[in-house]
Design a protein around this ligand. Structure first.
Ligand code: UD1
Length: 424
């Protein structure tokens, strides 16, 4: 199994480009299932989760072509089966995103239940509730969700109120609604930029959607969707992770080909941490001017609040900051597993329920540590970059799921990071 060996060697400095957003690419690739004509997606990040989605579409019978790096053309016309098998779903919970498109466009879907996951229960009840409200018949059997469209094969428009903000739930039902009879209204919808990007792609395919980016999304169903080309928006979490790495190491990092308007809540915290922030239409730079970061308090919230996917990285920064920082995780239960690994590097973290109290240390020390989930692994890399000595990070496949060219980008910022495959 691959590991990273990271030598803490001072401030990160330099410029990198953001990749396309994983959390936008996954639903957009699944949206291809809504049409019998090809969907050409560009700025697709090269990641494990994208590859898993590709495999999922291929095993259903879709034609998937990669005309160039970071491009995919998906043609769902030759589809032969509406099944998402356990072997693929268990490696990527976002596989549930095929459910809405399949039942809307093909009249049926058989999707393995994702099961437990490292960052909590993460149920899909709201996805199922919404499809039922649209007339789908849902049964759970043999570890699978079986969904069937009503007689006539088409879902019906409905008013759906989410009692919790769910990103993939909003995406699944927005996709399903594009081909339903009549109007669907999604209330308390997720406002994440990735939901907006998916809506843009669906509109390019002929869907009639309004209100994306607000809490009320209205979709007028159409008879069919057509061929389209769409470029995936930049990855705000990847962008934020490199900026926090720059801040934690007292450096100066600029990320190009990104969008500062998606990262307001994170930039406010980096500024409070003492970073000098400069932005332009497509870049963000954080410059610590050699200073140690100041501790910051974080409360995770749905967008436009502080993203849970940046919580672990900010915890790493707080471990190195001047002062005491309090982090409250309100989106997921059990999302502090990185804390135990950070403690192995000498961090002072006290956990009480969904709150972590972190007292910053001037330095951390290297130790063998282990990644537990995707964003946790980014926090461990950040801490290792600022630790004294050489840190081995095990199970970095978690990071490969969501960060493109990790070694290349960190090396461009001056980090000493190496991938090794050996037993230690
Ligand atoms: C998405 C993101 C993930 C991010 C998360 C929150 C993708 C592929 N993944 O995950 O990176 O961390 O949003 O920003 O976009 N919930 C229910 N019932 C449901 C659905 C969700 O109770 O049917 C709960 C979850 O347990 C969680 C909360 O709602 O507590 C938010 O989860 P949700 O927004 O659905 O997360 P994902 O869409 O899985």
């Amino acid at each position: 199994m691959d590991k990273f060996v990271i030598a803490g060697n001072g401030p990160l400095r330099g410029v990198i480009d953001a990749s396309g957003a994983k959390n936008a690419a996954l639903p957009i690739l699944c949206a291809a299932l809504l049409s019998d004509e090809p969907l050409h997606v560009t700025n697709v990040p090269q990641l494990w989760d994208v590859n898993t989605t590709r495999k999922l579409l291929l095993q259903m019978g879709c034609a998937v072509d990669e005309p160039a790096a970071h491009e995919m053309v998906i043609d769902a016309r030759p589809i032969t089966t509406c099944v998402a098998p356990y072997e693929l779903v268990r490696t990527m919970r976002a596989s549930i995103l095929v459910l809405g498109p399949l039942v809307a466009a093909r009249g049926e879907a058989h999707v393995s239940l994702p099961g437990g996951c490292a960052i909590g229960a993460r149920p899909v009840d709201l996805h199922l509730m919404g499809l039922e409200a649209m007339g789908a018949e849902i049964t759970l059997e043999g570890g699978f969700v079986h969904a069937k469209a009503p007689k006539g094969g088409r879902l019906k428009g409905a008013r759906i109120v989410f009692d919790t903000v769910t990103v993939t739930g909003t995406e699944n039902l927005m996709m399903a609604a594009t081909l339903a009879d009549g109007e669907t209204v999604l209330e308390n919808a997720a406002r994440e930029p990735e939901v907006v990007d998916l809506a843009r792609c669906l509109r390019a395919m002929g869907a009639r959607i309004e209100g994306d980016g607000t809490t009320t999304i209205r979709v007028q169903g159409v008879a069919k969707l057509h061929a389209a080309k769409h470029s995936v928006l930049p990855d705000r979490i990847e962008t934020g992770s490199y900026l926090v790495a720059g801040a934690a190491t007292r450096g100066c990092v600029r990320v190009n080909r990104t969008d500062p308007t998606m990262l307001d809540a994170v930039l406010v915290k980096l500024q409070q941490a003492g970073g000098k922030i400069s932005t332009g239409p497509d870049f963000i730079e954080v410059d610590m001017q050699g200073k140690r970061p100041l501790a910051v308090n974080i409360h995770t919230m749905p967008h436009p609040g502080f993203p849970t996917d940046m919580q672990a990285q900010m915890m790493a920064l707080n471990c190195l900051a001047d002062g005491v920082g309090v982090i409250k995780e309100t989106i997921f239960e059990n999302r502090f597993m990185h804390a135990q690994e950070l403690q192995r590097l000498g961090a002072d973290i006290r956990i009480e329920g969904n709150t972590a109290v972190i007292t910053g240390k001037d330095r951390l020390q290297s130790a063998p540590i282990m990644a537990t989930d995707l964003r946790a692994s980014a926090s461990l890399v950040i801490a290792a970059l600022a630790a004294e000595g050489e840190t081995f990070i095990d199970r970095i496949y978690h990071m490969d799921r969501g960060y493109e060219d990790i070694e290349g980008k960190f090396s461009a910022l001056g980090a000493k990071i190496k991938r090794v495959n050996k037993l230690i």
